[in-house]
Design a protein around this ligand. Structure first.
Ligand code: CMC
Length: 432
């Protein structure tokens, strides 16, 4: 359209001028559409780490990093955290609208009907070394689901995509709990479909065939909240990994396994485990200044885990909610003398007064306090990132489905600036 804003890019090397449309979504800054740049001007753009690049259109999640705002399908995270159930949020993220009672009831039934895993997958689990990290098991077993569901493999069929999404949301808790049971050498517990989603997960984690176990309401409530907060976060590394893998038409289970692999890194979902390791290493509030000094030292690779974020240059709204809930959960679980929580609060207080952190706008992120709640619920550190993956599966399948339904879908294929050798002739081995 003639009046649409444009941006002119001038190539000073040859004086050519090229005009590109500026595109706006419903919220947030505009983006220059440079998809025809190379064709028209012969140059690429260079943006390592996607510091200033939008990779897609999406209607799922919105973040305003300066204001500390997070919306799922337009709903503020604070309202969903206070009032919704995790499966309600899963429905919202996947289908785009909050469900009415009937829709939610049907969705819960569908998900709970898919909770079992194929018996042969248990042999697969048994093949892992006894002390394999649960994230390694999760990644392998979720990828292997692609070998079990040939009936819904056509990624271009919307109904098959939906069934795959349901299966993933339903089976992740079963696989996650099974990976933990394998790790601690206890028998695998079959899902109980009469329980709610979070209660069923707690049951599969902590029940044994030898004794009765009823999941506590406090634990279920806390888990429900943490899962909602972790359910989606727009185009983060793991979600972008799922999208990139899926853009080739790959099987959804394999794409989610790729997302799990990406999430595991300590700069991403692996940070929640690293935070507790760090707090344990710090050990006492008297040692906080020493570790803050290390975090600021450019010659030291130590970073304050659970601090900083690519998008938030303000308090991560999820961390704010979790910090508040930490107080309640620890009090309800009679764990209100938790020394690691006191240490975390003190570390945050000192860091937020320090010029280094203030200048760089480094605040606690979602991973800073989540591990403290998981620990209070009896969930071991090695499972923290698994918990994140379980919840984020909802976001991953929503993004994968959104991308696969987009008529503009093209295979993701970044370009490069080549620094290798210019053309040269092959030298026979005897002459090298
Ligand atoms: N401790 C000390 N310094 C930090 C930290 C930190 N945690 N985070 C960033 N900085 C410094 C960094 O050294 C750099 O300083 P300078 O400008 O002097 O070079 C500046 O702040 C900007 O950091 P960056 O690494 O360029 O920022 P980024 O957007 O590339 O990285 C991050 C974001 C989350 C990877 C990073 O802040 C970090 O490594 N944090 C610790 C790990 C963590 O908590 N990750 C969880 C992220 S939130 C949940 C999730 O995504 O799963």
């Amino acid at each position: 359209m003639a009046n649409d804003p444009t941006v002119t890019i001038i190539n000073n090397a040859n004086g050519s001028r090229h005009e590109y449309p500026l595109k706006f979504g419903s919220l947030g800054p505009g983006a220059i559409d440079i998809s025809s740049l190379y064709r028209e001007s012969g140059v690429f753009t260079y943006d390592p780490g996607f510091m200033a690049t939008a990779s897609c259109h999406s209607a799922i999640t919105f973040i305003d990093g300066d204001q500390g705002v997070l919306l799922y399908r337009g709903y503020p995270i604070e309202q969903l955290a206070a009032r919704a159930s995790f499966l309600e949020v899963a429905y919202l993220l996947y289908y785009g609208e909050l469900p009415d009672e009937k829709q939610l009831g049907e969705f819960e039934q569908i998900i709970m009907r898919h909770t079992m895993i194929n018996e042969n997958l248990k042999d697969f689990l048994d093949g892992f070394h006894y002390d394999a990290h649960p994230m390694a098991i999760l990644c392998g077993v979720v990828g292997s689901l692609s070998a079990f569901y040939h009936d819904s493999i056509d990624v271009n069929n919307p109904r098959y995509r939906e069934v795959s999404a349901h299966r993933l949301i339903a089976k992740l808790p079963t696989i996650a709990a099974a990976s933990y049971k394998h790790y601690i050498g206890e028998p695998f517990m079959y899902p109980r479909n009469d329980l709610r989603y979070c209660a069923n997960f707690l049951y599969m984690m902590f029940a044994t065939p030898c004794a009765d176990y009823e999941p506590s309401l406090i634990a279920e409530k806390a888990l429900n909240l943490l899962f909602i907060l972790h359910a989606d976060h727009e185009q983060n590394a793991s979600t972008s990994t799922v999208r990139l893998a899926g853009s080739s038409g790959a099987n959804p289970f394999a794409c989610i396994a790729a997302g799990i692999a990406s999430l595991w890194g300590p700069a991403h979902g692996g940070a929640n485990e690293a935070v507790l390791d760090m707090l344990t290493e710090i050990g006492h509030v008297d040692n906080v200044p020493k570790f803050i000094a290390r975090a600021k030292d450019k010659d030291d690779s130590f970073r304050l885990m659970g601090f900083g974020h690519r998008v938030y240059k303000n308090y991560d709204p999820r961390a704010k909610i979790i910090r508040e809930v930490c107080h309640q959960v620890l009090a309800e679980l009679a764990d209100n003398k938790n020394p690691l929580f006191d240490l975390a609060l003190e570390l945050e207080r000192i860091a937020l007064e320090d010029e280094y952190f203030v200048e760089r706008k480094l605040y606690p992120n979602v991973d800073f306090y989540s591990g403290i709640i998981y620990q209070a619920l009896g969930i071991p550190r090695s499972m923290f990132t698994v918990m994140f993956a379980l919840a984020r599966t909802v976001g991953w399948v929503s993004h994968w489905t959104e991308m696969m339904s987009d008529s503009a879908l093209r295979i993701g294929r970044p370009r490069q600036i080549y620094h290798g050798s210019p053309p040269r002739d092959y030298v026979p081995i005897s002459k090298r």
